[in-house]
Design a binder for this molecule. Structure first.
Ligand SMILES: [Zn+2]
Length: 324
């Protein structure tokens, strides 16, 4: 990326196994990406468990060992249940399919690291918090100030899109252990790679939410709800396709990614034994202007400041709304 800054990556061990990551400015041209090991371990566990379902076996045309209703105690909703699933041991899927699971884990973590890198190179630390001379953007820093939250949600959407743009390009050309080498159908292979990428990224984002999505509490957090982030990332891929930024090899991106989101929800329902009916996801996907107008207007407002602070050689996403 032709960056002249020094960027460290630091792993954090946390006894509480809280799911976390953050971006830090240490000083002039020196930054750090912190990733909690729990993020890696819990993501591996949940991916192994949602792959162990008949939904995933059918979706990936792979022989996953099926293990329904994996939780022993009753849970209130699919969010609580999905979090509980990630604290269980990683399931053994057999040699070949463990390799596939590893590939999905790496994809999810690559996305997480690039999300943090996006905070750094796109200048977000200009709007970060400074404590004892160190400026940071912490994932899940609860704030009561809705105005501050809207700014931070705009930064989160930008970091998500930064990661998506880089990760999807790599994912489409990377060979998967479940690739059908003998079919000779390149389109099918690219479709499966795209779907595997989307499945892994949505699996990690889905883990960021602790409760069902509610429109009234949308700006009570400094992070947008996972479902809203998922919907925006899928929409970004459609834009990439339309603008010809990325070669999707003729794959129907809308259909392929939409099916993946639905399959992920169904796999979570099967693994947890709780039927969420995907209603939460549909509500988040359909939210539209009540989220986009305030958040993207805020993006337009902070755009000049971010442009002055960014260290990436790439242009920031152009504002789509009037500044507010
Ligand atoms: Zn972030």
């Amino acid at each position: 990326m032709q960056l002249s800054a020094k960027i460290h990556v630091c792993l954090v061990m946390d006894k509480g196994r809280d799911f976390q990551a953050c971006a830090i400015r240490l000083g002039e041209d020196e930054y750090c990406i912190m990733i909690w090991l729990a993020a890696a371990i819990r993501t591996s566990a949940s991916i192994s468990r949602i792959l162990s379902t008949s939904v995933s076996a059918e979706f990936f045309s792979a022989d996953f060992p099926v293990s329904k209703n994996q939780l022993t105690s009753p849970m209130g909703d699919t969010f609580e249940a999905y979090a509980a699933l990630s604290l269980l041991p990683i399931l053994d899927l057999g040699t070949k399919l463990n390799e596939f699971r590893n590939q999905l884990d790496s994809t999810a973590l690559e996305w997480l690291v690039l999300h943090e890198l996006g905070h750094i190179v796109n200048g977000h630390l200009a709007l970060g918090k400074t404590v004892n001379g160190v400026t940071y953007i912490l994932e899940y820093d609860l704030e009561a100030d809705r105005n501050e939250n809207i700014t931070h949600q705009a930064l989160e959407m930008d970091a998500d899109c930064f990661a998506n743009l880089f990760c999807v390009q790599g994912a489409l050309t990377r060979r998967l252990s479940i690739d059908q080498i003998d079919t000779g159908d390149e389109g099918k292979r690219v479709e499966k790679r795209l779907q595997s990428y989307v499945f892994a990224v949505l699996a990690i984002i889905r883990g960021f939410d602790h409760a069902p999505f509610e429109i009234e509490t949308l700006f009570d957090s400094d992070h947008p709800p996972g479902g809203v982030r998922m919907g925006y990332l899928l929409a970004q891929m459609l834009v990439m396709e339309k603008e010809g930024k990325i070669d999707f090899g003729g794959v129907n991106v809308k259909e392929a990614t939409g099916k993946t989101a639905v399959s992920l929800e169904r796999a979570i329902s099967e693994a947890t034994g709780i039927d969420g009916n995907g209603g939460n996801l549909l509500a988040a996907f359909a939210i539209g202007d009540s989220f986009l107008a305030p958040v993207l207007s805020r993006w337009a407002k902070v755009y000049p400041e971010l442009n002055a602070a960014k260290i990436s050689p790439f242009k920031l996403a152009p504002p789509q709304y009037e500044p507010a």
